[in-house]
Design a protein around this ligand. Structure first.
Ligand code: 3HC
Length: 311
């Protein structure tokens, strides 16, 4: 830790400036960015699995094409974010090793199963809706490569959220059975979606420091509240109800009050014991193993290419 560099770093952060990969930064700042960006990237690629499950069973060609585009986008988001993490001096292999070994986290939400087609709409509406809330402030994150990756990602996220909501609007105009299918999916995804924003601020390990460093611009609870306030209004238009009897408008606060989150469920899933954790990780490890030959061929080709160029 070098006092002169530290002072320059602090001044840049306090001025709302960006820290670039080549700038001096405290080791602890670098470490928390590697943690957050790599876990964000893991979330994107694990997040491809619940929706990938329905690509072959989409009810129309249009919905299949939309879902294919969305899952492909998530893979691309993972790529940008792994690349942003690599600017901090870690290798892709190290990061993926941490995922496959269960050491690294990824967003709890992706450990829940997508049981019906309505889940695909609800995941787009709620999960991508929550992701947008959480990712817009990250476009102003103090670490330049992460902030820039987020600008592109946020543009695509709004398509993800709209297509999910559009899918649900279509189903809500359908049969009673289709309307019931949507309500059932909302009942199963509502609470896990508001858990995406992380622990309450008072229980958050990183929030104080991450806010000081301009990494976390809005707190977990404030973002969660923003998401609840916006989504409850959308639910009214859709014609579904949220599975929370305590959800009601509080005029004095100017926000919706909502019930108590089941933090045992949250930490159970975050710590790897959720319904889907084992399957999700097994699917990622299988994809990694099955793809080994592609990586070897690409690396061999690059080696031959470089050798030829350097003659
Ligand atoms: N799932 C899993 N772990 C979570 C979590 C969640 N929903 N929320 C918090 N945690 C973990 C944190 O990673 C941290 O554990 P760690 O020290 O081992 O990393 C611990 O719980 C304490 O939480 P904090 O709030 O103190 O941690 P952070 O300051 O990192 O805040 C966060 C958590 C808000 C998720 C923050 O890391 C963040 O903004 N990350 C980047 C965005 C992101 O990952 N979004 C979610 C998934 S991306 C997505 O949805 C893709 C979309 O295309 C569908």
């Amino acid at each position: 830790e070098n006092p002169a560099y530290q002072a320059e770093f602090d001044a840049k952060i306090d001025a709302g400036g960006y820290i670039e990969a080549k700038d001096w930064m405290p080791e602890s700042y670098r470490k928390t960015l590697v943690r957050q960006i790599s876990q964000h990237a893991h979330s994107e690629i694990v997040g491809m699995l619940p929706e990938g499950n329905w690509i072959t069973r989409a009810p129309t060609l249009k919905r299949k094409a939309i879902l294919l585009a969305k899952v492909q986008d998530e893979g691309g988001h993972g790529l940008y974010l792994y690349a942003a993490a690599e600017t901090l001096g870690v290798s892709r292999d190290e990061l993926l090793d941490a995922l496959h070994s269960g050491k690294a986290k990824y967003s709890s939400i992706f450990n829940y199963p997508t049981l019906t087609w309505a889940d695909i709409g609800v995941v787009g509406w709620l999960v991508d809706g929550a992701a947008i809330m959480n990712q817009i402030p990250l476009c102003k994150c103090s670490y330049g490569p992460y902030a820039r990756a987020m600008v592109r990602i946020c543009k695509e996220e709004s398509f993800h959220q709209r297509q999910g909501y559009d899918l649900l609007l279509t189903m809500m105009k359908g049969t009673q059975e289709q309307r019931d299918m949507v309500q059932d999916a909302v009942n199963r995804w509502w609470w896990p979606s508001i858990m995406m924003f992380g622990p309450h601020d008072k229980d958050s390990t990183h929030s104080a420091q991450s806010s000081r460093w301009g990494i976390k611009r809005i707190s977990n609870d404030d973002l969660r509240q923003k998401f609840v306030d916006a989504t409850v209004e959308q639910a009214k238009v859709l014609g579904v109800t949220m599975p929370d009897p305590e959800l009601k408008w509080n005029e004095a606060r100017g926000h919706y009050d909502f019930g108590v989150i089941d933090w045992d469920e949250f930490w159970n899933v975050v710590n790897g014991h959720g319904q889907g954790n084992v399957d999700r990780l097994a699917a990622r490890v299988k994809a990694w193993d099955d793809g080994a030959w592609v990586r070897e061929a690409a690396l061999e080709y690059a080696r031959k290419h470089d050798a030829r160029d350097s003659r």
